[in-house]
Design a binder for this molecule. Structure first.
Ligand SMILES: N[C@@H](CCC(=O)N[C@@H](CS)C(=O)NCC(=O)O)C(=O)O
Length: 338
């Protein structure tokens, strides 16, 4: 054996044993026959049922990608709407299997019984105010009352910004999405604070006069909105991570829902591994070797998902900005399928 064949033999030996042991979450999901996903209480673009009751949105489709990975079917998933306050306990107690719900990755949350997977959206917390107020930036908000929801990082942001700039902001706190938004639109508060994308969604889909409101960043510190799972089940974390990675890799390779069947005959070894033409990657995760192919076939790539839910193909028209792939100057980073 020369050094080349010896290395190849060693690699193949590792590949042959690289099959994941089943973990408790994937076992119970399979036994149940569907995934249970923590969802928003209704933010168009991220998570909301359409007029026929079918759940749509970027976070919703992140769950659907995991359902495809496990079952080969994007519809083997049940969505449980949760408030900001309810969402983490629902994950910790096992009521849901996965929580992709505009959840900012923070140390306190991470240390508290949950694990974050791969961010599916990056952005800033924002304020929305009536255009008629004339306010266009945080520094002009002295004394403003702010509608804010419990169980969200925005409670911390309001207090941080207020004390840093000595603005004496007055938080008016609510415990669910509808009440918070309704209070703002009825004039109970001068400003509404949440993720800037959720504000864009609320403005586009829930206000009578979208032009009558302005949105600006509340802070210069960016959030990574990241699907989470429970502590203590590494295999499940891997499955969620690589389902999200499948969406990012597909975009990097230019593989779309429309062309995925043509890409299967690609001669590029990386693409062959990615689509499961070369076996091994699915098996290593305890999944079908075609799990990434199936995800793209049923949902498209990350860019397609972004565009139809929150980007140019949606009412929100949000720019890709930091959510571009790293190769286009963004923060989305595909990891190697090998
Ligand atoms: N990213 C922030 C805020 C996200 C969030 O969940 N916001 C609350 C209100 S501030 C919410 O329920 N948003 C609407 C939704 O997710 O439907 C966090 O992780 O706390």
């Amino acid at each position: 054996m020369n050094w080349k064949t010896a290395t190849l033999a060693a690699t193949l030996a590792v590949a042959a044993t690289a099959q994941a042991h089943a973990g408790p979450t994937v076992d119970s999901v399979k036994a149940r026959g569907h995934l249970i996903c923590g969802a928003s209480q209704g933010t168009v673009g991220f998570g909301a049922p359409d007029e026929k009751g079918y759940w749509r949105g970027l976070d919703v489709e992140t769950c659907r990608a995991v359902a495809v990975a496990v079952f080969g079917d994007k519809d083997k998933v049940e969505f449980v709407p949760l408030s900001g306050q309810q969402r983490i306990p629902a994950l910790q107690t096992g009521e849901i299997d996965i929580l992709p719900r505009t959840l900012t990755w923070t140390l306190q949350r991470d240390a508290n019984g949950i694990n974050f997977a791969t961010p599916n959206y990056y952005e800033f917390t924002g304020f929305m105010v009536a255009r008629s107020s004339g306010v266009t930036k945080v520094e002009e908000m002295t004394g403003a009352s702010v509608c804010v929801q419990t169980g969200s990082t925005t409670e911390v942001v309001v207090n941080d910004v207020s004390s840093r700039l000595n603005l004496q902001l007055k938080p008016v706190v609510f415990d669910n999405v509808a009440a918070t938004r309704q209070a703002f639109f009825s004039g109970r508060c001068d400003a509404l604070i949440t993720d800037a994308s959720a504000l864009a969604s609320v403005r586009a889909t829930q206000s009578k006069d979208p032009d009558g409101y302005v949105i600006f960043p509340a802070t210069k510190y960016m959030d990574a909105l990241t699907p989470a799972v429970r502590h203590g089940d590494d295999q499940w974390l891997d499955i969620v991570n690589w389902s999200i990675q499948a969406l990012l890799n597909a975009e990097m390779y230019g593989i779309t829902q429309a062309n995925v069947d043509e890409m299967v005959v690609s001669g590029d070894p990386r693409i062959k591994r990615f689509l499961g033409v070369e076996p091994g990657n699915g098996k290593a995760l305890g999944l079908d070797d075609k799990f990434a192919y199936n995800i793209v076939k049923q949902l498209g790539n990350y860019g397609e998902m972004f565009d139809r839910n929150v980007g140019k193909g949606s009412p929100l028209k949000i720019d890709r900005g930091p959510n571009k792939l790293f190769s286009d100057g963004g923060l989305m980073f595909p990891l190697a399928f090998q």
